[in-house]
Design a protein around this ligand. Structure first.
Ligand code: AMP
Ligand code: MG
Length: 405
């Protein structure tokens, strides 16, 4: 039996690089960028006007010119027309390129235009005002988005701006989620009173879908030959096998024995935690990893968030010496007592208070089979094994499974 910290360390020492692949940028949301994106030209690419108004030469303003003849009107997207004389100006729109002979833009609110003459209504004018200068944000070939980050809407916007229509992103592992248990029936079926529907598989699949993975689902009966045949095929076909059930001390729990027969090396079996104590983790010599979680829905759900997701993030981001995911801490809202020498992952409701602190209210539920309680809570709070009394206002790490705010 290992501690939570040992289990984490063993799992994170098995991070893998699955390479990268090109994806059209519109389909890359939620993936991890595998290349640096660079500016194809200066950003902005010209001296960009930021207000509708007129453009003048500031030198003319300094020599007391206050009325300017309008010689052209420049729309965004059109080639700028230069002024020739100090008392000339152009009308110019937001987003247009500033003519090289002008250097200052005065907004329409500060001018009066009559018969093609623009008269200034203010003396408060600064040289270079209302201009977003060429290259101010980024220079041509600067990195605008570094590799190993999540492709977000802001990154898609940047890719579009620099004409990067195909992005190289990290390849995702091929994952299968396997349920075991003769008591399980599929969702459309009507279970007898002693059967249950296969909910774990769909819970875990949807968590993975939020990470852009598209896992296959498979069900294996509690029978050693079938377990062996199916697992053997999965070891050929997938990078990661996630299982639920069949790893405890029951008469029909064949999974650990069969995995070892198939040369999946056990890296640990059992973790000093509640829920999720029977968790089995191993690696095949061909690189396939097996996360075999207990069947109890809350246990499987907790283990997936606590162990699989950090492994996935580390595998995809591949930044040496960094820690994923960024830890989130919450303040206990009430005292908790937990005597067993196990790390306790209590289910909590999270609330952000006005001061911006995250508060965690434990909602105990009825053990690891009570998956209804997951709907009333937002996260697991990790209460370390070394203590038994956890006091109100103490801070502990949380593993959210819902959007917090
Ligand atoms: P096991 O770990 O196989 O002993 O299963 C522990 C408990 O979890 C049993 O009550 C199972 O019926 C339940 N269970 C196992 N797999 C699933 C599943 N895929 N969906 C829902 N409940 C499950
Ligand atoms: Mg079972």
């Amino acid at each position: 039996m290992v501690t939570v910290a040992e289990a984490e360390q063993i799992i994170l020492s098995e991070v893998k690089d699955y390479g990268s692949e090109p994806v059209p940028f519109e389909q890359a949301l939620g993936r991890i960028l595998a290349e640096d994106i660079r500016a194809d030209r200066d950003l902005p690419p010209c001296n960009r006007v930021t207000m509708d108004g007129i453009a003048i030469s500031y030198a003319a303003f300094e020599t007391d010119v206050r009325s300017f003849s309008i010689i052209a009107t420049i729309a965004a997207g059109s080639k700028p027309t230069d002024i020739q004389e100090p008392n000339e100006c152009v009308e110019i729109m937001t987003g247009a390129a500033l003519p090289g002979t002008t250097d200052t833009v005065i907004r329409y609110e500060d001018v009066e235009i009559n018969d093609g003459i623009a008269k200034l209504l203010t003396e408060n004018i600064k040289k270079g005002q209302n201009i977003h200068t060429k290259g101010r944000d980024r220079k041509q070939s600067d990195v605008v988005a570094a590799a190993n980050q999540l492709v977000t809407p802001a990154l898609i916007s940047m890719a579009a701006s620099v004409g990067k229509s195909v992005l190289q992103v990290k390849k995702l592992p091929r994952v299968v989620i396997i349920s075991t248990g003769d008591e399980l029936v599929d969702v459309p079926e009507t279970p007898t009173p002693y059967q249950v529907r296969r909910s774990n598989s769909y819970a875990m699949k949807s968590v993975l879908q939020l990470c852009s993975l598209q896992p296959d689902l498979l069900h294996i009966p509690d029978e050693p030959t079938a377990t062996k045949t199916e697992l053997e095929k999965c070891l050929e076909k997938y990078d990661v096998i996630i299982m639920s059930g069949g790893i405890s001390m029951g008469k029909f729990d064949y999974v650990p024995q069969v995995l070892e027969e198939l040369k999946v090396k056990r890296l640990f079996h059992k973790v000093k935690q509640r829920p999720g104590k029977p968790f089995w983790f191993g690696a095949h010599e061909n690189g396939v990893l097996v996360f075999a979680f207990p069947g109890n829905p809350v246990s499987a759900f907790m283990c997936l968030h606590r162990y699989f997701l950090p492994w996935l993030e580390m595998s995809l981001k591949q930044i040496p010496n960094s820690r994923f995911p960024i830890p989130i801490f919450a303040m206990l809202n009430e005292d908790v007592m937990f005597a067993p020498e196990l790390t306790y992952f209590a289910q909590v409701k999270l609330k952000l208070c006005k001061q911006g602190h995250l508060h965690a209210t434990p909602i105990e539920g009825h053990g690891s089979g009570d998956f209804a309680n997951l709907l009333d809570t937002d996260a697991f709070i990790e209460l370390p094994m070394e203590k038994s009394n956890f006091k109100k206002d103490e801070l502990y790490r949380v593993w959210p499974f819902k959007q917090i705010i």
